[in-house]
Ligand binder design. Structure first.
Ligand SMILES: Cc1cc2nc3c(=O)[nH]c(=O)nc-3n(C[C@H](O)[C@H](O)[C@H](O)COP(=O)(O)OP(=O)(O)OC[C@H]3O[C@@H](n4cnc5c(N)ncnc54)[C@H](O)[C@@H]3O)c2cc1C
Length: 394
């Protein structure tokens, strides 16, 4: 790349980054991130909170006023509207995620489908909400996916449940396609990911003929995923559908490594962070080189990867708001990326989780644990907030 084409994006500009936050919201974030820095406190707090909710102790209010407010939009779609509107003022779009996890009954799965469909109808009415997120384990049993991946036969009852799950997924993708809303399918544990990938590919074949509606997720912390991403693009070219990929590093690293060790199989995870970063960045470059065939969402809090993608787009003369490129961060995190990217004219989005406190708790615990790590990009969050507090003189 010649230096003259190099894009200047200042991710350290805290004025843009936190323009959406009032003084009191900024101070509240500083307090919360300060608390979360303490790993012991986070671990104790996470366990105590789970127990308190289990025994129905009245702590919902305290959670709602603190960590929930930082990372979630509200209990209902309606409650999310102020946050969606606030972000829209700065050109930031929203991806809606009904954050329920670990559900196991058919009635729970139907409920998740109804909530997801409601989100699609809500997105249709709201210009700045273009994406609805789903986890396939919210729509069918984890155990069935695991059996399929192991090559085990489903008994007739399980087969019936599996087919009902497929119908739920298809009905969500069909509605999304009719309403022009995109569906992002999350990536989960490697021991169920093969059937998740197969289902996602089938949905893409069906609904991505003219534009990208269904997105699958590719976790670059797995050493085989860059090759798989490339293989999917070849398939899409041959079968003439638009490949759509959300590219992440991956959220289940400890669980993945522990299971591989316990069961004595080679870990699917990269040997170290540098190899994960290398594959992630290579995926970004590959997507730009093939952008006519692939729509990509760079779902990351990593400044270097985001800058690399933005620069490569610029170098290739791709318009910053090209519909095949989206940058996305989780709500409550890395505003310095989202708001500076948006200000520069790129499509920047926030993943906004919503739902009742007890349902989104596993998500909140992951956020707290992630932010208690002082290494990596997330460790910078508190520093950025403090810098902005100083700049405002508050
Ligand atoms: C919008 C959005 C959607 C997401 N959706 C999903 C999803 O569907 N499925 C999913 O699994 N995750 C998802 N994630 C989480 C994501 O996978 C990462 O865990 C998280 O974003 C941190 O990675 P990073 O790229 O932001 O930043 P960084 O801080 O640069 O990277 C941290 C990540 O690097 C990897 N890593 C760290 N140490 C090592 C090591 N020693 N060896 C190898 N790799 C290492 C891990 O993946 C770790 O999470 C999503 C994230 C975002 C922002």
């Amino acid at each position: 790349m010649s230096n003259s084409t190099k894009l200047v994006l200042d991710f350290d500009n805290t004025e843009n980054a936190f323009s959406v936050l009032s003084n009191s919201e900024l101070k509240q974030s500083a307090w919360l991130f300060g608390m979360m820095k303490n790993a012991t406190l986070v671990n104790l707090g996470s366990r105590a909170t789970m127990l308190a909710l289990k025994f129905r102790l009245p702590i919902t209010w305290a959670i709602k006023r603190t960590i929930y407010e930082q990372f979630c939009g509200g209990s209902t779609l309606k409650e999310c509207v102020p946050d969606i509107d606030k972000m829209a003022k700065y050109g930031v779009t929203t991806m809606l995620d009904y954050g329920t996890e670990g559900k196991q009954t058919e009635s729970d799965f139907n409920k998740t489908m109804r909530f997801t469909n409601d989100s699609i109808l809500f997105a249709e009415q709201n210009e700045t909400v273009q994406v609805v997120v789903v986890k396939l384990t919210g729509l069918m049993e984890f155990r069935l996916l695991e059996k399929l991946q192991n090559g085990e036969r489903l008994n007739p009852r399980e087969q019936k449940f599996y087919e009902t799950g497929l119908k739920r997924i298809d009905s969500i993708c069909r509605l999304a396609s009719e309403k022009g809303v995109q569906i992002y399918i999350d990536a989960e544990e490697s021991w169920i990911q093969d059937p998740v990938d197969n289902i996602a590919l089938d949905m893409m074949r069906q609904y991505n003929k003219e534009k990208a509606i269904v997105f699958n997720t590719y976790q670059m912390y797995r050493h085989d995923r860059l090759a798989f991403l490339k293989k999917c693009v070849s398939m899409a070219k041959a079968e003439q559908f638009i490949m759509a990929a959300k590219v992440v590093r991956g959220a289940y690293i400890d669980k993945e490594r522990a299971r591989a060790k316990n069961k004595g199989y080679p870990s699917p995870i990269q040997p170290n962070k540098a190899t994960t970063d290398k594959d992630y960045n290579e995926a970004m470059l590959f997507c730009v080189e093939n952008y006519e065939f692939i729509s990509v969402c760079a779902a990351t809090h990593n400044a270097e990867s985001s800058l690399l993608l933005a620069n490569k787009m610029e170098e290739e003369g791709i318009p910053r708001n090209h519909p095949h490129f989206t940058f996305c961060q989780l709500y409550g995190m890395s505003d310095n990326l989202t708001f500076n990217l948006s200000k520069a004219g790129f499509t920047a989005s926030k993943y906004l989780v919503y739902g009742p406190v007890k349902d989104v708790l596993p998500y909140l615990v992951r956020r707290a644990q992630e932010n208690s790590s002082v290494t990596g990009e997330v460790g910078r969050e508190l520093g950025m907030i403090k810098k902005e507090i100083k700049r405002r003189g508050i």
